[in-house]
Ligand binder design. Structure first.
Ligand code: ATP
Ligand code: MG
Ligand code: MG
Length: 534
């Protein structure tokens, strides 16, 4: 429910034309189960959900567009259902285009019999050229009997059948090329993940989408703008078959800088091992961005806030992560980690010799988050970068403890790279924490078990802001996209579980990808906050 509240404060406002006679609207999300959902699909899914469930009291359908057995798999279908659930989207009904293969076949036969479609075996490139040039296929005027015979051969998946396809007989030279006799059925003897070997013919999206929309009672078909040229074709199919009309509502595709949003291209990344899998934190899949630390509430808010604008924009990830930060900052527990590289051991004069612990709030501004243990002793760890900034006798603040003077800094002998190798601190607890320049994090070496952690940051996979359709992706791959550093975390880090989102003070926000177990370091992914370069 939080996401609704957030959205009505921030959200864009959308509307679609409703007829007086329409009681409830019916929308549908039609994914092809040929990959995992990405953030572009999330926009389509969330908009359909918004109209069906938030703006109006309607019905949301999820229909798997499973008409290409060469690309589709059950694994993808299950993942899509799960990912919709993760986004808080609950379709009222789930169906499959393959549920309608019999009806679609009958509709195609009807079109053939009424002379509204014909069988064609024109070679692919020639067909493309003829369509470009507005030239009629030599098969365009075949008789109904011939066409039906070819369709039956296709249906049987025979050697002859696979050479043919069925085309709607709309126009040879309509200025809108989408109207130039589009293909509506293909022969493909590949086994289908739901219908097995029953069918050797598969309807194209152009054919089955309007028909099944109409049959399932869809009132409003939301389509991305690239389909605009195909809208008249969608309407033609319904008219040709005398089926109930459906309103089409266009919306803009969502694109992101330095990001591929195409299942086909993402599949290549997975297959080539450029990423760990579909849930890689560098991937724009729902799983990937969740693994990177995006919250569902922020995702919904960000997408619905884009508004109904029809401009296709190339969005910047920084905006997206800035939205997320507003959701995680008030609730992320705060912990301490000190980077291992040249970490400095400091002696604290004036500290009680026997180590002890105190309970401190996990979040300074939100007592609901609970408390954590902070250990104190005369021996503490501080980060090299902090020690580098100290000058002799300066007063600094040890966060969660108090002020101290810096004494006796010792440096390594290498004059080119002056590393701090040790120092002393003299507690000055009556000092004013508001007056110090340096407020540093630290960890007591005694009185607690320090937990090894691995901190991972990532870069974009792609070097170019906006890839063009004919750019070769391989020319724009970022060489190094994964950056690891090891650190020690406070004792409370041992209790963190996978998926927890926390803040390591002064280092940033992190999502726990693997918890600390069997002595193996906890692995945490840095969550971008929308600051420049992140
Ligand atoms: P892809 O090229 O990534 O495979 P697609 O459109 O072929 O995308 P589908 O599974 O057919 O994938 O898409 C399901 C729905 O998601 C469609 O309504 C489609 O228009 C929409 N969609 C896909 N990509 C985007 C995007 N970048 N922005 C908005 N909507 C999108
Ligand atoms: Mg598609
Ligand atoms: Mg596609």
């Amino acid at each position: 429910q939080e996401h609704k509240a957030a959205k009505s404060k921030e959200g864009g406002s959308y509307d679609i034309a409703l007829l007086d006679t329409e009681k409830g609207i019916v929308t549908r999300f039609p994914p092809e189960p040929s990959g995992y959902l990405h953030i572009g699909h999330a926009k389509a899914a969330l908009l359909n959900d918004y109209f069906a469930h938030e703006k109006y009291q309607g019905t949301l359908l999820c229909r798997f567009d499973d008409t290409n057995p060469s690309k589709e798999k059950e694994e993808f279908q299950d993942a899509i259902v799960e990912d919709l659930g993760l986004m808080g989207i609950k379709p009222d009904r789930t169906s499959y285009t393959s549920d309608y293969f019999e009806e679609l076949y009958q509709y195609c036969v009807k079109m053939l019999k009424e002379g509204k479609a014909y069988a064609d075996d024109t070679e692919q490139q020639t067909m493309r050229d003829e369509r470009m040039d507005g030239i009629a296929s030599r098969r365009r005027d075949a008789t109904v009997e011939e066409n039906i015979a070819h369709f039956e051969a296709m249906k049987a998946g025979s050697k002859e059948g696979v050479k043919w396809c069925i085309r709607a007989k709309i126009s040879v030279d309509n200025p809108n090329k989408a109207m130039r006799d589009p293909v509506i059925y293909r022969c493909n003897p590949t086994s289908h993940h739901r219908t097995g070997d029953k069918w050797k013919i598969y309807p194209t999206y152009d054919f089955c989408c309007p028909i099944v929309d109409s049959m399932e009672g869809v009132t409003h078909a939301l389509r991305t703008l690239e389909y605009r040229d195909r809208n008249p074709q969608y309407e033609w199919m319904l008219e040709a078959l005398n089926l109930r009309k459906v309103h089409i509502w266009d919306f803009a595709r969502m694109n992101f800088m330095r990001t591929l949003l195409s299942k086909r291209k993402l599949t290549k990344f997975v297959d080539q091992g450029i990423v760990w899998g579909w849930d890689d934190p560098r991937f724009p899949t729902i799983r990937g961005i969740r693994r990177r630390g995006m919250t569902v509430e922020a995702l919904r808010e960000f997408i619905l806030k884009q508004g109904p604008s029809r401009n296709v924009v190339n969005l910047d990830w920084t905006l997206f992560w800035a939205t997320n930060k507003r959701y995680i900052d008030p609730v992320a527990p705060r912990h301490t980690a000190i980077l291992n590289e040249n970490a400095v051991t400091a002696t604290v004069k004036g500290a009680r010799v026997a180590a002890y612990t105190e309970n401190k709030p996990k979040h300074g501004k939100n007592p609901d988050i609970g408390t954590k243990k902070v250990a104190y002793s005369p021996s503490i760890l501080i980060a090299q970068v902090d020690a580098q900034g100290f000058s002799e006798d300066e007063e600094i603040t040890l966060m969660n403890w108090g002020n101290a003077f810096v004494r006796n800094i010792s440096y390594s002998l290498n004059p080119l790279k002056r590393t701090v190798t040790g120092l002393e601190l003299e507690l000055h607890l009556q000092g004013d924490v508001k007056k110090t320049k340096q407020k540093i994090t630290w960890l007591s070496i005694e009185g607690q078990e320090l937990i090894p952690v691995e901190l991972v940051d990532f870069d974009y996979l792609i070097t170019k802001d906006k890839l063009e359709e004919n750019d070769n992706v391989d020319d724009f791959l970022t060489k190094e996209t994964e950056f690891r550093s090891s650190a020690m975390g406070d004792c409370n880090v041992a209790e963190l579980r996978a998926d927890d989102i926390i803040q390591f003070e002064r280092l940033g926000y992190f999502r726990v990808d693997r918890s600390f177990q069997h002595g193996k370091p906890a692995v945490l992914f840095n969550i971008p906050t929308g600051k420049a370069g992140k």
